[in-house]
Each structure stands twice: as structure tokens, then as C-alpha cells.
Design a protein around this ligand. Structure first.
Ligand code: MG
Length: 302
């Protein structure tokens, strides 16, 4: 299923994309049509929290052809929001998790050029999250080095601690796209990356939350970023230094992962910082992150 949170007439809703890919179905309203007893929660996060609700949503998706009328919204009539517009916890992020990006980053930051021996893990504030087509603020009073990072994000579906690599995929609800927008000067100045990664609007997410069953294991998806149409990043998630099972094993080691937790898996080569001279983002720039089988996440810098 291709799940989405969306606004229609100013009201936040959620649902799934139709099989012809041109509409979304309002899950709660569709449930009212097809079931006498409604159990779906108010938000997509609620579905992730409740296995019974997830089963109901899957049934609804299978019965798509029985749904009629105004609960089917053409994508052109809705505003897609981040699938999880208000995550419960900060987004967990992997740093320097593609070989060539690790080299470009450490070179540009004048740091020691070693690939990480262990996954580098940091977090990004929940308040960074915006949806597709929303504006990335440039925050000129604190930074003049705003950069993009195309990333595959994992959404956790089942709580777990000390998850083994073998069990890792069983804990995944689905996948989405995150642009891990980064203020490079703040990253450098403050040593720890939280501030540089956490400016408001610097966490575009979407357009869809694609359920785990839709994506073949191991996950090998083309990942790209274009700025004003220029291809800057072009790689494949198969090139992650620490793969998805390793990431989940590591971040759940002694730390409980909960349904709805989001893990951004790192970005490939081609960030603005890596160019000589650097190509940081400017007001008016259009940034598109594309991941095969998930979609295109487009935002404008303001
Ligand atoms: Mg990143």
C-alpha cells in the first residue's frame, strides 16, 4: 500500500493511493461505507500503533473497487502532508553511511578520512518535519550553508529492543523519503550535529509511506536528488555501508524502538558541500528527492 496523510478542505486525513495511482481514498470515510463497526484511529500514526487497524486498512485497500463517491480524492484535489506530520520522537539518522559521501564530507570539513567503523547515529528534531511542496526556510540569520541530503527512511512498525539482523525486517512498517536538510556551518561550529540538522522545516518527508511488503528485500532502490533540474545525487541504497538490518540491530541495542519511529539511513555522494566551489541551497531553489518505488519529494527553498 501507498499510504498518505493529506489535507482536503483544510482537514487532515489519511488513506491509501488507488491502484491507478491518480487518487487517494479517505480511509476513515471508506471504512464507514464498508463496515458497520468502525475501528480506524484518527491518524496514520494510530494505524502504525494498532495491528488490528492495519489489518482493517489492508482489507479496505483490497476492497478498493467497492468504495464509491466523495471519499475518493484525485491527488490534484488534495495537499499531501508528511505521512507522519508530527512524529512522537526525534528522527534517528545515520551519518556518512555511503562510502563516497563519507569521503566528500570529510574532505570538505577537513576531517580525518576514515570510513566509519561503527554506524554514526544522531537525531533530528520532530519540528523539522514538513510535507511535499512545503517551503524549506533558509534561516539566513543563523546559517548561509543550507544543504540537501536525499535519504531512504525506515518507519518502525513493531516495538523492539536488541533486535537481531534476522528479525530486523519484521520490525519495519514501511519506507518513505526524507530530505535531511543540513546547515553545514552549524554542524561544524557546534561539533554535535543536532542543531545543524534541526532547523525548522529542514525535514521534508513523503510523499508516501510505502508498506514493507511492497519493497523487495534486501532493499535496492535507486536514489536521486535534483536541484533546479540538475542531477546532483544518483546512487542506490544497495551501497549503504551499514545496511538496514545492521542499522536496526545497532539503534535498538539497549534502546527500545517504537512504532512510528523514523530512521533516515544516510545520504549518497553529491551534496552541495562536496562540490568545489560548494553548491549550497539558495532562496527559490527547487529540490527534488526521488527514490524508486516510493516517489518524488519536491520542496522549494524560501
Ligand atoms: Mg543525512
Amino acid at each position: 500500500m501507498y499510504l498518505a496523510s493529506f489535507s482536503h478542505g483544510g482537514v487532515l486525513k489519511y488513506g491509501f493511493r488507488t491502484s491507478d495511482e491518480i487518487s487517494v481514498i479517505d480511509a476513515i470515510e471508506a471504512e464507514k461505507q464498508l463496515y458497520s463497526k468502525a475501528i480506524l484511529p484518527d491518524t496514520l500514526q494510530g494505524v502504525i500503533d494498532d495491528p488490528e487497524a492495519f489489518v482493517r486498512l489492508k482489507e479496505l485497500s483490497r476492497r478498493e473497487s467497492e468504495v464509491i463517491g466523495k471519499v475518493i480524492h484525485p491527488l490534484s484535489d488534495v495537499v499531501l502532508e508528511a505521512p507522519i506530520p508530527q512524529p512522537k520522537r526525534d528522527i534517528i539518522c545515520l551519518g556518512l553511511n555511503y562510502r563516497e559521501h563519507a569521503m566528500e564530507y570529510t574532505t570538505a570539513m577537513e576531517e580525518e578520512q576514515n570510513l566509519p567503523k561503527y554506524p554514526i547515529v544522531f537525531t533530528k528534531a520532530t519540528t523539522t518535519v514538513i510535507g511535499p511542496n512545503q517551503k524549506i526556510k533558509s534561516h539566513r540569520h543563523v546559517t548561509n550553508k543550507v544543504d540537501y541530503e536525499a535519504e531512504l527512511a525506515i518507519v518502525i512498525g513493531k516495538e523492539g529492543t536488541n533486535i537481531s539482523k534476522e528479525e530486523a525486517y519484521d520490525h519495519i512498517f514501511g519506507y518513505t523519503i526524507i530530505n535531511d536538510v543540513s546547515a553545514r556551518d552549524l554542524q561544524k561550529q557546534h561539533s554535535q550535529w543536532f542543531l545543524g540538522k534541526s532547523l525548522d522545516t529542514h525535514g521534508p518527508m513523503g510523499p508516501f509511506l510505502v508498506t514493507e511488503d511492497e519493497i523487495e528485500r534486501p532493499v535496492k532502490l535507486d536514489i536521486k536528488c535534483r536541484v533546479n533540474g540538475e542531477l546532483r545525487q544518483n546512487s542506490n541504497t544497495d551501497l549503504l555501508i551499514f545496511d538496514i538490518p545492521t542499522i536496526i540491530k545497532t539503534v535498538s541495542g539497549g534502546v527500545t524502538l517504537k512504532p512510528g519511529d523514523i530512521i533516515a539511513t544516510g545520504t549518497p555522494k553529491g551534496v552541495g558541500l562536496g562540490f568545489d566551489p560548494p553548491k549550497f541551497l539558495n532562496e527559490g531553489d527547487i529540490v527534488e528527492v526521488e527514490i524508486e518505488k516510493i516517489g518524488v519529494l519536491k520542496n522549494i527553498v524560501s
